[in-house]
Design a protein around this ligand. Sequence first.
Ligand SMILES: [Zn+2]
Ligand SMILES: [Zn+2]
Length: 178
Amino acid sequence: MAQVYVFKSAFKHRKTLWRRIEIRDDQTLGDLDSIMRDAFKHDDSDHLSEFYPDQSCRNGFGEIDPDGGGSGADIKLRKIGVCEGTKLGYVYDFGDYIEHILAFEGVKNVEENVKYPRITDKSKTKNHYCDSCKEKGKKSVATYVCVDCSDDAEKTVYVCEECAEKEHEDHQIEDILF
Ligand SMILES: [Zn+2]
Ligand SMILES: [Zn+2]
């Protein structure tokens, strides 16, 4: 009988940003990878990733391609030895090396008519305010991060919808991830 594993996954260096993920133990690391890409908005770039038995991110289970192939993709969850206290490591993109931790929270029964893996909960949204508006003494909620301006300023630059159009139209902007 298949069971459902529950993980709380978060950025290693931004633990307040998390998603709770449920996956069947007869599903694979490839399945877990695809929901991780979705959950952390990695799905619009195509880089390799890998899961690790612990958060040191050494001796991984094998790389996973963006198309779902790779030496680590076909390993079933029930084969990797998850137990109480397990914290899997996950690296997305070996260039940017974005580390995540998946803390195992327990097992549940498989629910009928549910498509696994799935995201069942996520961290609460915290508003950021537009930096351009702030300079003009206005306060508006930002929806994007300007990648170019952030690089120049060496800090995260938030922009609202309106400013993104007016002042950052030639810049690379990304949705804020909550
Ligand atoms: Zn603005
Ligand atoms: Zn900009």
